[in-house]
Design a protein around this ligand. Structure first.
Ligand SMILES: CC(=O)SCCNC(=O)CCNC(=O)[C@H](O)C(C)(C)COP(=O)(O)OP(=O)(O)OC[C@H]1O[C@@H](n2cnc3c(N)ncnc32)[C@H](O)[C@@H]1OP(=O)(O)O
Ligand SMILES: O=C([O-])CC(=O)C(=O)O
Length: 371
């Protein structure tokens, strides 16, 4: 038995939800480029959960269900005040709050297909509400109740900022949600599948996935990209900053990928959006710095940008706090986690690989007084 480091190249599951073949990403066979240009995030949620695009009536029903389920249990809102709010990372708060949500869901442990679908709707609806409410409570602001007349992207921005977003903000945020929704067997999705393959409940699977997404090698990279842009500060400092990183053999956040070799097909959409939004908000320097970083990292290291790189300047221009970038990734990716959880339940077998043992050979127990 020989271990494959990081399970590289190991095919651990079948899926009908999304695929990456020759650097092309599809959701249920629809190209990400097509979906990013044309689809609403709610359509993508429906697609991932039902493996088909919705009719208008089906889409309307899902939109209504999501809007009706965004309200949070008052106990969750109250609990934020008990967190050490000045120092807690919103991703840790989200992980705790999602786990706590299960306590207030009478169907939390129900395992039938219909109950799991109802829980999927509730989680998809409540996660943005948690992120937005926590972001406000920690600033001493009151949470803003969701509006039933707004779509998913608009409702999130409304709950976060307390004012109706303009069309361009909604369009950009919707596109970001579509682009982040699913990605085959990435680390957090795999975590969710491993968790629920023990026949644990949906809340456990999503809580585990949030924990995996939090790390800077995965979803946490988008916040680190913004930290890098802020540290660099101006375009004339890019070269020196990167050369020092290269010399110290440090990774450049927002670059590299386990699966893509030529490049991440989602990055070009975010790059375009970054250019538009930095221009519109008078912050073009962030785009120019990002382009220069990309040029240097790709020419000198041959490593292309991933989805996290240009999403950072996009979220910054939408006026979103930098430590909310990864929770926002979760707002989108929970749609994919839920699709994979439902798929895992539908054809379940416990996931239990083997390990190659590299420790000492047989040893004889030595009583503690003789060690
Ligand atoms: C949504 C997402 O999760 S997208 C990924 C987000 N994560 C990041 O942006 C963090 C930075 N990137 C990385 O750490 C990696 O590229 C990962 C985690 C995405 C992929 O990791 P792996 O497939 O294990 O690749 P690995 O880390 O082995 O890299 C292969 C080689 O490229 C180098 N490399 C990979 N990414 C980078 C990077 N961002 N900066 C500099 N060098 C890099 C590695 O140092 C390694 O070089 P070596 O062979 O000389 O040791
Ligand atoms: O697939 C991966 O390893 C990481 C990634 O890009 C994602 O989760 O979107």
């Amino acid at each position: 038995m020989t271990a494959t480091r990081g399970l590289e190249g190991v095919v651990a599951s079948e899926t009908s939800i999304s695929s990456i073949i020759d650097d092309t990403l599809t959701y249920v066979g629809y190209s990400i480029d097509d979906l990013a240009e044309n689809a609403s995030f709610e359509e993508v949620i429906y697609l991932l959960w039902n493996l088909k695009l919705p009719t208008q009536a089906e889409l309307d029903e899902l939109k209504q269900q999501l809007a009706e389920n965004m309200e949070l249990p008052k106990e969750i809102l109250e609990s934020f005040k008990t967190y050490p709010i000045e120092k807690v990372h919103p991703m840790a708060a989200l992980r705790t709050a999602v786990s706590a949500l299960a306590l207030y869901d009478e169907e939390a442990d129900a395992m039938d297909k219909e109950a799991n679908m109802r829980k999927a709707v509730r989680l998809q609806a409540k996660i943005p509400a948690i992120v937005a409410a926590f972001a406000r409570v920690r600033k001493g602001l009151e949470p803003v109740a969701p509006r039933k007349d707004l779509g998913f992207a608009a409702n999130f921005l409304y709950m976060l900022k307390g004012k109706e977003p303009d069309d361009i903000e909604v369009e950009a945020f919707n596109k970001a949600l579509v682009l982040h929704a699913d990605h085959e067997l990435n680390a957090s999705t795999f975590t969710a599948r491993v968790c629920v393959a023990t026949l644990s409940d949906v809340y456990s699977g999503v809580t585990a996935a949030i924990g995996a997404l939090k790390g800077p090698l995965h979803g946490g990279a988008n916040e680190q990209v913004m930290k890098m842009l802020t540290e660099i500060g101006s375009i004339d400092r890019v070269e020196d900053y990167l050369q020092e990183k290269f010399m110290n053999k440090e990774k450049i956040m927002g670059f590299g990928h386990r699966v893509y070799r030529k490049g991440d097909p989602r990055a070009k959409h975010l790059k375009k959006m970054s250019e538009k939004l930095t221009e519109l908000t008078g912050q073009r320097e962030y785009y120019d710095m990002s382009v220069k970083i990309e040029q240097i990292v790709t020419t000198e290291k041959g490593i292309p940008a991933n989805v996290d790189f240009y999403s950072a300047s996009v979220y910054h221009c939408l006026g979103i706090d930098h430590d909310l970038f990864t929770p926002i990734f979760a707002v989108s990716r929970v749609s994919g986690w839920l699709a994979h959880i439902l798929e895992q339940y539908s054809n379940n077998r416990i996931i239990r690989p083997r390990a190659e043992y590299v420790g000492p050979g047989m040893q004889k127990y030595i009583p503690i007084e003789n060690r």
